[in-house]
Design a protein around this ligand. Sequence first.
Ligand code: NAD
Length: 462
Amino acid sequence: MRDECSVVNPATEAVIATIPMASIDETDAAVARAKDAGPAWRAVAPTDRARLMRRFAGHVEDHAEELAQLETANVGKPIADSRDEVGMVAEVLHFYAGAVDKHRGATVPVAGGVDLTFHEPLGVVGAIVPWNFPIAITSWKVGPALATGNTIVVKPAELTPLSALRLAELALEAGVPEGVFQVVVGTGPTVGARLTEHPDVAKVAFTGSTAVGREVMRRAAGTIKRVTLELGGKSANIVFADADLERAAAAAPGSVFGNAGQDCCARSRILVERSVFDRFVALFVEAVDAWRVGDPTHPDTQMGPLASARHRQVVAGFLASGMGDPGGGTVETLVTGSVPDGPGFWFPPTVVAPAEPDWRLAREEIFGPVVAVIPFEDEADAVRLANDTPYGLAGSIWTGDGAKALRMARAVDAGNLSVNSNGSVRVQTSFGGMKQSGFGRELGLEALDAYSDVKNVFLATS
Ligand code: NAD
């Protein structure tokens, strides 16, 4: 019998779809279709390719509410967030439509002739996507891949395939040719691993955990596949005594409890200068009390449930007796918000303050609504603590001193930092990690380079 996966609404626990899981043969067939579609797609004139991508973007806008409802039902994220994320998908497609004819090569001064560079498409791209931002992250890969003339096979996470499947249908309806953008639903070890090893896949664009990223890199080595890896994080939100504490505290819940903490950029460590620690924690706890957890279909909801029962168990494990501090004691200083009764994989926003930097919950990516608040002594101590992690994805610096903000921004090893703000992702700017948060950049004009090879051509003129 054919393998199927039940797609569950995490807020109601109802099965909302049953999707057949692709086999290795079906994955190979999708790659073959993508390969066949490649020559015609790369031959589409740049302005026509841009026009098609704009039409696709417009079609997403026309179906925005349908896509947002689908994302909320499948991921359990608040509808306001889903609407923003679908808006971002359209913006990504518009941005890369505009970039199609602006990804220019160079003429290089050399002796004896003329030297030209071309940005050539890679061929077939395999995209592997996690369950926390399914449609947005799919678009981050589809937009630049199509703009640069590649075809793409997307493997969504088994838990959350619905929006990517619908997105691919919308692309077809908008006129993107068959085979150019396909979605194959299946497990990581089958479809994901096959895409990573397939000799006709030129690049794997992976977003997911550091553990699986490591495996992807290993498997990709067999065919010297290009890989970009967008992996986990343990980002720090650094609050100095000279910051606007009210503003920093009011913004902090969103920076770690957004998407129920299932965000690679979640500021799951808040580092606070010791002289204002108690005051900041009091303001922060007040803001957490006001954080609205509940029915994700309600427009005012700020946090929904976790994505699955299994994931809730993992998150709870960080707070269980003996799992908090290395001494084996219980995590004691907790402030927990409330969650709805009844079905759904709910987990309350949880503040651990003060936490010790060597506790497991202060070191590992929890991917849930749990934050460790840790005091620091001075600027050097803040840098030391912020960088004391194998990850390097994002972070925030709150201070009223501009020079200090810049010193900190240069000293913290993370790919995306914000000053007096917690925003990490913008369509126009590059996004990606340092250290074990991965390498390669998505979004911005930088992503165009990640989906193309530079070819150098020398023409002798004498
Ligand atoms: P995951 O690593 O378990 O899975 C990610 C994807 O990889 C899924 O589609 C999964 O099916 C697939 N996969 C699993 N095993 C595979 C294998 N052996 N070969 C190929 N593919 C395989 O991650 P997740 O639990 O879905 O997502 C959460 C993780 O993603 C967190 O660590 C989070 O920080 C990270 N993430 C990172 C970013 C970023 O941009 N840096 C963004 C979102 C999520």
